[in-house]
Design a protein around this ligand. Structure first.
Ligand code: SF4
Length: 319
């Protein structure tokens, strides 16, 4: 008898982004001097990693290949990514694995709460993959996670960075009812770039989502961000600012897009630190309470410090 072993399929590792493997390589220009990051090799980094792994958690810091991981984890600032490590969308900029995710882990909210406690976080950021496969897009899981953190760490403020819950009627309301302190939903880019950068999303749906959070609960801070260097024009960025202000968004972040692999969208341009400073200045004149614009700005970078500034800015404006 002859036994045939199919070594090809046995040894085949599923690619992280199956939808991108046949794309031609997209070449980006070399990184300029101002994109410099700290190597992830400190004691604080190792401690954070241990707590994350012990609680079986996924972080966007690792999955997205964030350039700030050395700095943030050294200070024990990790951003938890709930509902698995596999996303149902396939955005051209994102390094998170794509495909069909597994079932939700029922105990994950408590694990996130426990890790928040062990890391001693006074402000925690929780994000998720897109879960278009779930009837509520994962809204109830988000709400459960917020409640679990409140119970375990009553003084910790909670920031969530959510998907767009596109075509998930009533999902947003479930999340808002759990009362996060900050509701963040990123626009990612200007509307003209959506088709090539964020094809599964709709720009005005995202704007409306942010507006709706304020309509339901005006006490919740709202936040959104975009990446630049994806081929957008300056006037388009200014228009995004106006759109966000008409939705009463409080906090804007703008950072440089960095290409995770050659199969992802190319970096079209490195925006200079002076241009970022210019964006920040204009955004403040348009009425945002807080603006963070720099090459390495990311939604959750310095989120704790920024939350304190956000509160102070709201108080000052109310006077
Ligand atoms: S900026 Fe955010 S995603 Fe990046 S390492 Fe820091 S906490 Fe993680």
């Amino acid at each position: 008898m002859v036994v045939l072993v199919d070594t090809v399929s046995v040894n085949q590792v599923r690619p992280r982004h199956p939808e991108k493997v046949n794309r031609p390589d997209a070449l980006s220009p070399p990184k300029p001097d101002w994109i410099r990051v700290r190597a992830p090799n400190t004691r604080g980094y190792a401690d954070t990693r241990k707590i994350v792994k012990e609680n079986g958690l996924v972080t966007v810091c690792e999955e997205a290949g964030c350039p700030n991981i050395g700095e943030c984890w050294d200070k024990k600032h990790a951003t938890f990514m709930i509902m698995g490590d596999t996303c149902t969308r396939a955005c051209a900029f994102c390094n998170v694995k794509t495909g069909m995710p597994g079932a939700l882990e029922a105990a994950e909210p408590e694990h996130v709460a426990e890790a928040t406690f062990k890391l001693g976080l006074t402000h925690v950021v929780v994000t998720s993959v897109d879960r278009d496969d779930l009837a509520d897009g994962g809204a109830e899981h988000f709400a459960r996670t917020i409640r679990a953190i409140r119970e375990r760490c009553p003084t910790t403020t909670i920031e969530i960075l959510t998907p767009d819950f596109l075509r998930k009627e009533g999902a947003l309301e479930v999340v808002v009812a759990a009362k996060p302190d900050v509701f963040n939903h990123n626009l990612e880019t200007v509307p003209a770039r959506y088709l090539s950068v964020r094809p599964g999303a709709r720009y005005f749906h995202s704007i409306r989502l942010l507006q709706r959070v304020k309509e339901i609960d005006p006490t919740i801070f709202t936040k959104s961000g975009i990446m630049v260097g994806l081929g957008e024009e300056r006037h388009e960025v200014l228009q995004v600012m106006d759109d966000l202000r008409s939705a009463e968004v409080d906090f804007l972040t703008i950072g440089q897009y960095l290409q995770p692999t050659r199969k992802h969208h190319a970096v079209m341009r490195y925006v200079t630190p002076d241009e970022f400073a210019g964006y920040e200045k204009v955004a403040y004149t348009k009425g945002f309470l807080m603006v963070s614009a720099s090459p390495l700005t990311r939604s959750s970078h310095h989120a704790g410090e920024d939350f304190a500034k956000l509160q102070a800015a709201r108080t000052a404006r109310a006077r």
